[in-house]
Design a protein around this ligand. Structure first.
Ligand code: AMP
Ligand code: ZN
Ligand code: ZN
Length: 418
């Protein structure tokens, strides 16, 4: 009798275990292989103009493009600056809606400044609206790792990526790639589903030497070599076939010159205005009582500068409703810069040889989009689309619910594998 009771107990235990396993999914039928690790890596090469890829200096990028998807161009958001556009790409929101309306801006109520190179300014989460991808990923039970990206070292809405690094421009492209590979090497349960990688060498060289300089060509080679290391690292680990790689840029670059300066003082009395930003884009606040005069003086001031009252900015630019945008916005024509005499009088003033920030219809501002991996169709070129559409595309690949956004999956859905 005793052995029979033991058998019954064993049978009961086995049945219970089978039931638990069925509920928890711990038993896998032998014909069902484990799903491969399939991270999504979003790479930004800051200031990579859409046509740079035709220079023959980005062979690793060109290989990804030929095997996967390349867009003829990606249209950046206005203004075509680094912080607004990087944050648009990861939120699907126009700068008007996510609140990073420029690289530099002032809160009209508190007077607080956002200056993109001041860590103390940008690390205040209140500036950053919307829900960037890494926050959505973390909230929805997946893991994000950010090897730099504007906003990624800020605790937006109290959420940080599982793995992240404080921005430090001294980190070489190789060091950044090595860090990404180390994160991918983490054990299941710690390794990231979504990774960002940011490279600024091409943008730096573009500003300092101009888009057609040998220094830009060298930076293109350097960043492409980093991409090559990443791909080699993925192949070495056997995860290249299951990894989705998306390479973008935030904007293009155009040649600027000290011969193409628009000096604001020639048109307005500078005592009657506060200048929030100058350069490609000028943001001005007329002092009380001088609004009408400043308007009249600026609206047709220079053949290569367009100025608008904030309310009159063309709808196609999706720019003007945010309180952080100053009352008057002026934008220079391609290749021109707007400066003040007091800035030009400074002994150490700097006039760049290349710049961006211009109208987002300017062909020189066109950005890069290349994607490769199991989520994408192979060997196709797609027409230009807006960078707000990247967010719905990436949330679909990540399998997360998108936050409300300005993007549309329609123009980009055709690049996804059936
Ligand atoms: P821009 O001056 O508009 O060409 O922007 C590019 C510059 O932004 C880079 O060269 C960096 O100096 C800066 N930058 C990029 N990412 C970050 C970041 N996450 N935190 C602080 N500064 C950054
Ligand atoms: Zn940039
Ligand atoms: Zn730049």
């Amino acid at each position: 009798m005793i052995p029979a009771t033991k058998n019954r107990r064993r049978l009961l235990a086995a049945t219970l275990l089978a039931l638990l396993c069925a509920l928890a999914g711990c038993a896998r039928a032998p014909h069902q292989p484990a799903r491969p690790y399939s991270p999504l890596i979003l790479i930004s090469i800051d200031g990579y103009r859409a046509d740079y890829i035709t220079r023959g200096l980005s062979p690793n990028l060109a290989t990804l493009a030929s095997k996967g998807v390349r867009a003829e161009a990606m249209k950046p958001a206005f203004p075509t600056l680094t912080f607004p556009n990087h944050y648009t790409i990861v939120t699907g929101l126009y700068p008007d809606h996510h609140g990073i309306v420029n690289n530099r801006f002032t809160d009209p109520v508190t007077g607080a400044n956002f200056v993109y190179k001041q860590q103390a300014d940008i690390s205040d989460p209140h500036w950053w609206g919307g829900e960037p991808l890494w926050v959505g990923v973390q909230r929805q039970g997946k893991r994000a790792a950010t090897m730099f990206w504007p906003g990624s070292d800020v605790a937006i809405d109290g959420v940080r990526p599982q793995h992240w690094r404080q921005y430090d421009g001294n980190f070489t492209p190789t060091q950044r790639v090595e860090q990404v590979l180390q994160w991918l090497d983490l054990p299941n349960g710690q390794r990231p589903d979504f990774v960002t990688l940011y490279l600024e060498q091409v943008d730096h060289a573009g500003h300092e030497y101009g888009p057609d300089s040998p220094q830009v060509d060298a930076a293109l080679r350097e960043d492409d070599a980093a991409l090559g290391r990443l791909v080699a690292g993925l192949k070495q680990r056997g995860i290249f076939p299951s990894t989705n790689i998306v390479v973008v840029s935030d904007h293009g670059m155009t040649a600027t010159s000290p011969d193409r300066l628009i000096v604001l003082d020639k048109f307005i009395d500078m005592r009657n205005v506060t200048v929030i930003t100058a350069g490609v884009l000028a943001g001005l606040v007329p002092k009380s009582g001088h609004e009408a005069g400043i308007d009249r003086a600026l609206l047709a001031a220079h053949a290569h500068m367009r100025c608008w009252n904030k309310a009159d900015i063309p709808a196609r630019l999706h720019y003007g409703s945010n309180a952080r945008i100053p009352p008057i916005v002026c934008v220079a024509d391609d290749g021109w810069l707007i400066e003040t005499q007091s800035y030009l009088d400074r002994p150490k003033h700097y006039i760049s040889r290349g710049d961006h920030g211009y109208d987002n219809d300017d062909p020189n501002m066109r950005a890069l989009f290349v994607a490769e991996g199991p989520a994408f169709r192979r060997g196709i070129v797609v027409p230009e689309f807006a960078n707000v559409d990247v967010y719905p595309l990436l949330t679909r690949i990540l399998g997360i619910k998108p936050a409300p956004n300005d993007g549309d999956i329609g123009p980009v859905a055709g690049m996804l594998a059936p």
